[in-house]
Design a protein around this ligand. Sequence first.
Ligand code: SF4
Ligand code: SF4
Length: 121
Amino acid sequence: MNLPMEREGECHSCGECCQTVNMTVVRDVTLQQHGNMQELQRYLSYRGIQVVGSDEKRNQLYYSMDVPCSELTSDNRCRVHGKKEKPLICQRFPESKEDVEDIKNCGFRFTPVLPGQSIRG
Ligand code: SF4
Ligand code: SF4
């Protein structure tokens, strides 16, 4: 059973979620283009891109590029926080436990809401 998840905690400005650009691409088309996963990984590695996940069922591949955000200050603050210039995805982050599962020090965590419990607003 897939229980709804509740987000708890808060951002403590570790800056980890601002260090990479993550992308999702169509798995079968991409592997067809490159021949196989090894070839794809070689091609991407020359450009500093890593394949960090593969989901056959969803037909998706996940890429990550080490490209720190230009709006991240040296003390890990977001220069555009609270402003309309802050990207929507950053305003919403993290939306799911998958968003933070590779970020050990994130101040947010997700816990399942058991039947009979309500999600706090
Ligand atoms: S805009 Fe702000 S929150 Fe978004 S990646 Fe850049 S520094 Fe981080
Ligand atoms: S990884 Fe979590 S705690 Fe760190 S800056 Fe991002 S939202 Fe905040």
